[in-house]
Design a protein around this ligand. Structure first.
Ligand code: MN
Length: 336
């Protein structure tokens, strides 16, 4: 087709982080959701081993796969739950190491790869320093946090220095899913509901709503948050969220914000297509947000890139819209 394709939610991990996950999984402190995840992604079956070998490869093998899949550029980021499964000290150290490794990989293939930084949110001052280092010295294009950290959400004001730095550095935050937090996970443990098909979206859309409702975007109006998986379902809900928010304001149940919840979503959020290959879902999102707020993502190595590309190549939208979603919007947001 000769169209440029940039995929913006493409996962990697360092061997060291994977080894540290194994230690957490073997300890008695492991969160129940992560325990289920660990059995899925760190298992000893051929599928899990294949995913692992693809995650740790940020070199020739990855580029070869991108060529085969027709991906021109991949924006890489630490896979879920990244360093957020570790204590703050270990997490801060491993985030720095992962960023160094990722920067090196980008340096080797500067026209094919770009990167989002990992940070340890549970040491906010360290996260601020690492974000500054990653954006200014390592040339990263933003950063990624895998939803909750030890059950804590980023609306807590102790995390706000991270947002202050992100706004000042013009660093978009990719709020990526993980399994529901410890206070939320119990009813998700049955039937595999904790996993990517549903529980991840409940956890991450809840996190996004907490950011909206706490007034974060009145404080940092230029902040940009990226949500994967077609906005984790939120575009579908916005009208009803506004409607019931107004009722709650009227009866004094919640504090009135400067603007409606959907206004913040439309101004401060950008979504990606990762893992959603549904024409109706894409069209609803385009109608609610506009094509200029949607970017293509393949979610390698968890999803079939072939299917993602096949979907975006053939879905019934205009070529101008396809170009924006495939490349134009990402080039603008990440300054690629
Ligand atoms: Mn992903």
């Amino acid at each position: 087709m000769g169209i440029k394709r940039i995929a913006v939610e493409e996962a990697f991990v360092t061997e060291e982080i994977a080894q540290e996950w194994k230690k957490v999984l073997a300890s008695k402190f492991v969160e129940p959701g992560f325990q289920m995840m660990g059995n899925t992604i760190l298992g000893d079956d051929p599928g899990a081993r294949m995913v692992h070998s693809r995650l740790v490869d940020t070199g020739a093998g990855r580029i070869q796969q991108m060529d085969a899949d027709g991906i021109d550029m991949a924006v890489l980021s630490i896979t879920s739950p990244g360093v957020q499964a570790f204590d703050a000290v270990t997490a801060t150290r491993l985030a720095k190491d992962a960023n160094d490794a990722l920067a090196k990989a980008v340096q080797a293939h500067p026209t094919r790869l770009a990167a989002l930084a990992a940070v340890a949110p549970h040491y906010p001052q360290g996260a601020v320093q690492e974000l500054q280092r990653a954006m200014t010295l390592l040339g990263m294009k933003g950063f990624l946090i895998n939803s909750h950290t030890m059950g804590e959400y980023l609306d807590d004001q102790k995390f706000w220095p991270i947002f202050e730095a992100a706004e000042a550095l013009d660093a978009p935050l990719y709020l990526h899913p993980r399994e529901p937090g410890p206070d939320l996970v119990k009813p998700f443990l049955d039937y595999g509901l904790y996993f990517a098909g549903f529980g991840f979206a409940v956890e991450t859309s809840l996190h996004a709503m907490r950011l909206i409702m706490c007034g974060l975007f009145d404080e940092f109006p230029k902040l940009k948050i990226i949500l994967g998986h077609m906005g984790e379902g939120l575009p579908f809900w916005l009208q009803r969220i506004d409607n019931r928010y107004l009722l709650q304001v009227k009866i004094g149940a919640v504090k009135k914000m400067k603007r409606l919840p959907s206004d913040y979503f439309l101004d401060n959020f950008v979504i990606t297509t990762s893992g959603v290959m549904s024409g109706p879902a894409l069209k609803l999102s385009m109608e609610v947000l506009g094509a200029e707020r949607i970017m293509f993502a393949a979610d390698y190595p968890y999803e079939s890139v072939t299917e993602g590309v096949q979907f975006m190549d053939t879905v019934d939208i205009t070529d101008a819209q396809r170009q924006m979603i495939y490349a134009g919007n990402a080039e603008k947001l990440f300054k690629l």
